[in-house]
Each structure stands twice: as C-alpha cells, then as structure tokens.
Design a protein around this ligand. Structure first.
Ligand code: KG4
Ligand code: ZN
Length: 339
C-alpha cells in the first residue's frame, strides 16, 4: 500500500502565525492560526516590528498545538513546508528559521513555498484541481491572474500595476473611518447599500493587468467633495459602488482569460476571496459555462493560513523541490521559482 505523505505547513509572512498538518496534500489534520489583528488594529494597519515579535512569541506554541491536534509527532512527518516569501522580511524570517531548526534537529526535509502558490493550493483542500487552470488571486498584497498548465507550474498573465484589491479595500475603509482590516466591513456595508455613485473602472484594454489606485482616489475625492459641500453620502452606497467597480473588473477580466486560455477550472484565492459580493458575482457569471468548473474555498482557507502552505508544499515535495539550511526569507520572491 502507498504510504501517506504527512507535511507540516508553516506561515508567518504577515500578521497570522499559522501551522498545519496536511495528509497527502488534500486532508487537513490540523490548521492552527494565531491572529495578531487585535494588536495592529489601533495602528490602522500591520506594524512590521510588532508582527515579528508576535510571531517569535507564538511560533513554538502554534507548532506544538498543530502536532497535538493532528495526533502526530515530528517522527511521522515527511517534510516541513514553510512560506519563504513574499511578505514582511522580519515576519518571514521567524517561520523560516523555526522550520530550519526543526528540519535540522529531526532530519526532516525542508520545502520553501511561495505565499501565493499557497493561496492557490487552498483550493486543493476542497476540490480536485483540473488543468489547464486559471487562478484569480486577490489578497492584501497581490491581485493577479495566474495560468497553470499543470500542477506546480505558474504563469502570471496579469497583475496589478499599483494597489492590490485588498489594499484598495483597506484604504477605502480607512477613508470611511472603518477599523482595520477594512475589507470585511466594506463587504458588509455594500450588501446594505445601492451602487448609485458613479465610479471609474480601469479596463487597461488589451492586457490582463489591473489598476485600483484611480478607483481608490475617486472614492476619497467623492468623500472630501461631499464634506466640503456639506452633503451627506451614505457610506453603504459608497461601499456598494466601490465594490461593484472592483467586482466588475475582476470578473470581466477573469472571464476573458478563461475564454482565451480555454481553461477547465477557475479557482479563487487570497483574503479578498472571502468577499461575499465577489463570490456571488463569480458564481453567477460561471453558472452559464458548462465546461468550466469554478472553485471557491471556504472563508477560513481564503485568509492567511498554513493549511494552504502544506497543500502547496506537498506538490513541490512530490516534484522533488527541497530547500537547504541556507533558506532565507525573501520579500520579493517570484512565484516562477516553483516551475
Ligand atoms: O490573503 P490575505 O489574508 O493576506 C495577504 O496575503 O495579503 O488578505 C488580506 C486582505 C485584506 O486587505 C482584507 O481587507 C481583505 O483581504 N479581505 C477582504 C474580505 N476579507 C478579507 N476584502 C474584501 N471583502 C472581504 N470580505
Ligand atoms: Zn495572503
């Protein structure tokens, strides 16, 4: 009988300290996430120094809990997969060094994982992946369309030229004086409002690239102009109008790429994949396409977690990719390192 592959996934690229145990790349035995959001909230965003310190405090506790919940020990593990980049360098280093220490101490192979590859592979925890595949990646730091001709092979066919979608959500939320992270708050308000305010859409015709900074500035200007004129704008309507513009561009470009690249499956990935409006819009747009399967992970697998790193790490482990003890955190890591 074929032996199961057990992998520990580790993720510390931003403000979640997360460790998972994943069986055969598809089954979650444990998925522990220690969020730092409460510590960063009062600063209106992630403070890198605070993030690193929290990771140092939490990492060994989270590792122990992940092993305990999964009822496994280090002896049972085939590999340790850790987010190598991109992200905050001080935060990445905590996970990378913890992973290297355990790899060295217990003689367990080490695999470096690109954070966005992890977000994409969160989908493997809920569905079979069929290739060629297109991933719409929408997170706090990235907005990308990634084409995959096969497992573990990534081609970025479009990306944001300025702000990431999540970044735009967080900045618009700040303008509306909503707490950090603002995405979920805008999402909630949008559901209660009317998209009655005219806002721009950056189509960037002829490319699959995105741009959200013009939209973000338009929202900020709308708020300031109204304030100066003493007019009241309903925050619900502004949220709905902003969200409609983001979703319109994301779904239209995804659909165009699906047709051009003739993919069999579309997967949604990254923190903004938790957005209810985006999930519903994609489901509606794809309901008429018989030959294309749409996969959307549950909310807990959309925002940062280590189950996704374990799932991606299993693929790279099977492809023979290994990291050595000189592995470093790399804030500018390119996803094509896995190809
Ligand atoms: O993937 P993620 O957890 O971290 C990064 O790798 O960046 O994404 C975090 C981003 C934040 O900008 C947050 O506001 C956004 O995801 N987000 C949302 C929602 N939930 C989280 N944006 C829109 N609607 C949501 N429901
Ligand atoms: Zn992320």
């Amino acid at each position: 009988m074929k032996k199961d592959i057990l992998i520990m996934g580790m993720e510390t690229s931003c403000d979640e300290t997360a460790v998972s145990i994943i069986k055969n790349g598809t089954e979650i035995l444990s998925n522990v996430v220690a969020s730092q959001i409460e510590s960063h909230k009062r600063f209106g965003g992630v403070v890198p120094e605070i993030a690193s310190r929290h990771h140092v405090e939490q990492i060994t506790l989270v590792m122990e809990e992940a092993l305990k919940t999964a009822e496994v020990t280090y002896k049972d593990l085939d590999a340790i997969a850790v987010t190598e980049g991109p992200g905050l360098v001080g935060a990445l280093l905590v996970g990378v060094n913890a992973a290297k220490a355990v790899s060295f101490a217990h003689g367990i192979p080490l695999v470096g994982v690109h954070h966005i590859a992890g977000h994409i592979y969160a989908n493997q925890l809920v569905d079979n992946l069929e290739f060629p595949l297109l991933a719409l990646v929408v997170s706090g730091g990235h907005t990308e369309l990634v084409y995959m001709k096969e497992h573990g092979h990534f081609e970025v066919i479009g990306e944001t030229r300025d702000d990431a979608a999540g970044e735009a959500y967080d900045k618009v939320a700040r303008t509306l004086k909503l707490p950090y992270p603002g995405g979920p708050h805008i999402d909630r308000l949008a559901a209660e409002g009317e998209a009655s305010i005219k806002l721009p859409r950056a189509w960037l015709e002829g490319s699959y690239d995105f741009s959200f900074s013009g939209l973000k500035s338009a929202v900020i200007n709308t708020v300031h102009n109204a304030e100066q004129r003493g007019e009241v704008i309903k925050p619900e309507d502004l949220a709905a109008s902003f969200q409609e513009s983001v979703i319109d561009v994301l779904t239209t470009k995804t659909l165009q790429a699906v047709k051009e690249y003739k993919v069999k499956q579309v997967v949604l990935a990254g923190g903004v994949a938790a957005n209810k409006g985006l999930r519903t819009a994609l489901e509606e747009k794809f309901s008429g396409l018989k030959d294309v399967k749409l996969t959307i992970p549950p909310l807990s697998l959309c925002t940062d977690n280590a189950a996704m790193i374990g799932a991606a790490g299993t693929i790279f482990y099977k492809k023979g990719q290994r990291a050595l003890l000189d592995l470093n955190g790399n804030p500018g890591l390119d996803i094509t390192i896995h190809n």
